[in-house]
Write a new protein. Structure first.
Length: 279
């Protein structure tokens, strides 16, 4: 029996090394962006964050609660070029911000990242147009809107390094809605539920099984729970600028853990691999 256990542990070590080997080849990743939207809690207290519950049928993070967002499209890059992208990295950065605005409008009906403040009817018209044309540029032109991409604050960039499932290179941005007096409308094709919750509330919901959160979402919620306001989050980002976060595996007392660097501003750096939901 002991021999079988040792052999099984050896296989676990080999499989995990294949998935999370820091010195191994980095597989291609799909560029993506997500938006962490703050609003003032109507009852006071910690700011609330907008989260969407993904459909269980979705291949990535099916059934999980996440922040609105999605992959970067070529049309986002073309719009980035029109907004003065001056090199490839700048182009990808602008395209990711544009994608976060587009995906948020598509998934929630919420318009952020503009110089203007659209009303509810305008937001609904814009969303309908977006669903029809599939790109943000024509919507901006039709509504006579202009992007305020500097209003989106880079928070983090997560890029797992494993070969078992699809890998996304996801840039996280912060946006401030202020009073948050808005109506939301779920995109029923990818998501089933929209809700506002403080970071601490979302973590409690995850712990009680009311929602499912994947490893990056949990780590980011723990970090977001440090802040009592949007301004506090922005100040924190000044001390811990957005950087690439690549989880890695480490054996601790014979148990595999999934970890992130301890100098990136996250209060919790990992958990036992078996308990970590990875999408």
């Amino acid at each position: 029996m002991l021999g079988k256990c040792c052999a099984a542990l050896h296989l676990v070590r080999m499989d995990l090394k294949e998935m999370f080997d820091p010195d191994g080849e980095v597989p291609p990743a799909i560029p993506a962006a997500t938006l962490v939207i703050f609003r003032n809690c109507p009852e006071g207290g910690a700011p609330q964050l907008l989260m969407v519950q993904r459909s269980k049928e979705m291949r990535f993070a099916g059934g999980a609660a996440v922040f609105p967002g999605g992959r970067v499209d070529e049309a986002d890059r073309e719009l980035a070029d029109a907004h003065g992208a001056n090199d490839e990295e700048h182009r990808e950065e602008l395209a990711a911000r544009i994608a976060s605005v587009r995906e948020t409008l598509e998934e929630t009906g919420l318009v952020v990242g503009l110089h203007q403040r659209p009303n509810l009817e305008e937001a609904r018209a814009a969303r309908a147009h977006l669903l029809e044309v599939g790109a943000l540029g024509p919507v901006l032109q039709a509504m006579n809107w202009t992007l305020d991409l500097d209003g989106l604050v880079p928070f983090a960039r997560w890029r797992p390094k494993h070969k078992e499932i699809r890998v996304f290179d996801t840039r996280f941005y912060l946006a401030n809605l202020g009073t948050g007096a808005v109506d939301l409308l779920v995109d029923a094709t990818e998501n089933t539920h929209l809700f506002w919750a403080s970071a601490e509330e979302a973590l409690r919901m995850a712990d009680t099984g009311d929602i499912k959160v994947i490893f990056p979402t949990r780590r980011n919620l723990e970090r977001l729970a440090l802040f009592d306001s949007f301004d506090a989050a922005v100040r924190h980002v000044a001390d811990y600028p957005s950087r690439m976060i690549t989880p890695f595996m480490e054996m601790r007392d014979g148990v595999p853990w999934l970890l992130i660097p301890d100098d990136a501003g996250y209060p919790v750096q990992g958990e036992i691999l078996e308990s970590a939901a990875r999408g």
